[in-house]
Ligand binder design. Sequence first.
Ligand SMILES: NC(=O)C1=CN([C@@H]2O[C@H](COP(=O)(O)OP(=O)(O)OC[C@H]3O[C@@H](n4cnc5c(N)ncnc54)[C@H](OP(=O)(O)O)[C@@H]3O)[C@@H](O)[C@H]2O)C=CC1
Ligand SMILES: O=C(O)C1=N[C@H](C(=O)O)C[C@H](O)C1
Length: 240
Amino acid sequence: MNILLLGYGKMGQLIGEIAESRGHQIAGKITIDNRDELDLLSSDQVDVAIEFSQPEAAVENFEWCLEKGIPVVSGTTGWLSEKPRIEQLTREKNGSFFYASNFSIGVNVFFKVNQFLAKLMNETSGYQATIEEIHHTAKKDAPSGTAITLAEGIIQNHQAYEKWHLTEESSENEQSLAITSKRIDPAPGTHIIRYHSEIDDIEITHTAHSRQGFALGAVLVAEWLKDRKGVYSMDDFLSF
Ligand SMILES: NC(=O)C1=CN([C@@H]2O[C@H](COP(=O)(O)OP(=O)(O)OC[C@H]3O[C@@H](n4cnc5c(N)ncnc54)[C@H](OP(=O)(O)O)[C@@H]3O)[C@@H](O)[C@H]2O)C=CC1
Ligand SMILES: O=C(O)C1=N[C@H](C(=O)O)C[C@H](O)C1
């Protein structure tokens, strides 16, 4: 498969290595400095694009792929207010678009455990839920995309919560779930769900030891997406 890498930073470089080790070719490595190379690429040189750039670049990258008819897999976080419009554009263009806040299989297991725990805690009084995420200091967005997915998993399964907020933006709403974002090097990504009561705490934690799981997941999804049309997520890709 010919893979275009839109964004060639920490994630793009690792994805390139894993893709080549699985027998794929890299059709281009696009950073902020060589975007004009996109003008020279035609859609028949690219089977799929993998997009890990930055929030301010992601939407423009999706539009470019959808105009060219190139399936796009994206892990960039921090652009979600535009997601409904990009999904609509995908349908209008009969294109292929796959977004996940986290491509690691372990985190996707953790998402399911979080939903199950929220259902149990919904039947239990006296506990206050909070989320904490810890990432490296180069991360631009807060909270992490993964923390937002975790918050949504709690909100959908626990009646006490209807929205989330960052702890530094204090909230008057008792039904708002507090997310604390910490930036500490070299953390690749840690997420903690905590239910606190007077009597005890219940905690579940996912700790990424490297970026390997995110990058491998993105390549596996690109192999899966190549010949599909539509808007997809990890729930479509995974069998659990
Ligand atoms: N979903 C998931 O599983 C994961 C998601 N992420 C997300 O992926 C994104 C990238 O992370 P990471 O690789 O660590 O970030 P980096 O900052 O290391 O890399 C970002 C890359 O995007 C490039 N870029 C920035 N602006 C543009 C632009 N306008 N056009 C094209 N390229 C651009 C940068 O170019 P330059 O080098 O010139 O600055 C750089 O190559 C983040 O949003 C992060 O949150 C990260 C890990 C896992
Ligand atoms: O920026 C990162 O590094 C990460 N970003 C994703 C997120 O915002 O959830 C996924 C992972 O936690 C690493």
